[in-house]
Design a protein around this ligand. Sequence first.
Ligand code: SF4
Length: 367
Amino acid sequence: MKYLTDYRNPELAKKILEEIKKTVTKSWTIMEVCGGQTHSLVKNGILDVLPKEITMVHGPGCPVCVTPLHLIDKAIYLAKEKGVILCSFGDMLRVPGSKESLLEAKAQGADIRILYSPLEAVQIAQQNPDKEVVFFAVGFETTAPANALSVIHAKKLGLKNYSILTSHVLVPPAIENIMEDVDAHIDGFLAAGHVCTIMGYWEYYPLVEKFKIPIVVTGFEPVDILQGILMVVKQLEEGRYEVENQYTRYVTEEGNQPAQDVIFQVFEISDRVWRGMENIPNSGYRIKDEFAEFDAIRKFDVQLEEAEENPECLAGEIMKGIIKPYQCPAFGKKCTPENPLGAPMVSSEGACAAYYHYTNVFSSPKK
Ligand code: SF4
């Protein structure tokens, strides 16, 4: 609790805000990579109090939002047509597939279970030897160790009825992709603190050099976010571009080595398609051949036609910081949490959901 109260301290937040105001002299656009940071920014009203020179845009760090449409369709197909027990984090359930969501499939009788850990899915596989159990393993580097561990654990137990449907994506290639997009104009980044807790921040040095942008590893509480913004603004105003670490209470340069060892025991780096964006080279993990029996894609021959994204959903442009959620014509009209056209409107880390729930963008000036 200490960290929560300290990092939500309004007096401390005000002091940092004053320092930001004193420091900034030019207009800067800063992207927070992680959807958790987006929600903290919006929910805590930080966007409303930042000086007008600072524009915050919202990055692709919402794992549910970037999970490709065809994988959601495959998960639904496995649950409905192949009779598997499909296990998933709750966040995934309301995300629209091409025809329906996992929640709708569950309502029609598919055995879809919401879990808090992939190790629970391994347990379900042990308890149901006559059923196939598939865990929908989505996420950034943060969730990869637990998903890899579930595979190692299942192998040790000799389970033949457990596999994972993987959509793991990586932050550094996404930053590179955004910086290379001619329509995105980002001056600095708040990197995602939890990803760096696992991976460290050494991976960001080449990006800082290549694009001459500050990257500050940042936490999620209001004081963290304000301090991260201040550190980026100071670098920009002083003409520096460095990797700095605001989240020192958890993040080290090298990261969590045992967690990285577990990841690379099971996964290897591969190209990945990001929903709303595109195929980004070396931007994800796939399961190594020696663990192929635990790869749901290789285990089940699912031949589904790849459906087209809803053309009205501008999620890709939002996740690259090109537009804000309220600039999508469907926002709050055709697209609402009750009737989402895209994942960012229903994910707990989605930028559209953050603006819909915590701002009055329909009546107040836009930030
Ligand atoms: S408001 Fe809805 S349709 Fe528009 S980008 Fe967000 S999720 Fe997609």
